[in-house]
Design a protein around this ligand. Structure first.
Ligand code: AMP
Ligand code: ZN
Length: 117
């Protein structure tokens, strides 16, 4: 999709170090890491939300299937946390589904949102 940063990386219009790639998705380092290790697994097909996926979420299935096989290569043997932001309340910044994979350190509390009342 035009003007989508992740589509541009997928199409190699923007240079990025791709650490893993298959037909369904690719994996890069996040440019603003929030943990010692912070990766993004990004479906090649453009869709902003789960409900928009035309591939029946096959790419996400493939991501979840593949991550364990990359654990050692990515330094995630001691565990990792997966985050997927969907929509406004999650402050999804890039409107192309992506899976954050955090690791390389103790990631602290599991629930990080602050209550508002
Ligand atoms: P989200 O808030 O879930 O939409 O997260 C978007 C993420 O994409 C942020 O963590 C950004 O740091 C990351 N990001 C944006 N542009 C790039 C890029 N060119 N390469 C790697 N990560 C990026
Ligand atoms: Zn896109």
């Amino acid at each position: 999709m035009e003007d989508c940063i992740f589509c541009k990386i997928a199409n190699k219009e923007i240079n990025s170090e791709i650490l893993f790639e298959c037909d369904e998705f690719f994996l890069i380092k996040d440019i603003k890491p929030v943990a010692k290790l912070h990766y993004l697994a990004i479906p090649k097909q453009h869709y902003a939300r789960f409900e928009d996926a035309k591939d029946g979420l096959e790419s996400l299935r493939k991501i979840f299937e593949t991550i364990p096989t990359l654990k050692q290569k990515l330094g995630l043997d001691d565990g990792y946390r997966i985050i997927i932001n969907q929509g406004k309340n999650a402050r999804q910044a890039v409107q192309h589904v992506h899976v954050h994979i955090l690791g390389g350190q103790d990631l602290g509390e599991k629930i990080v949102a602050e209550t508002q009342n």
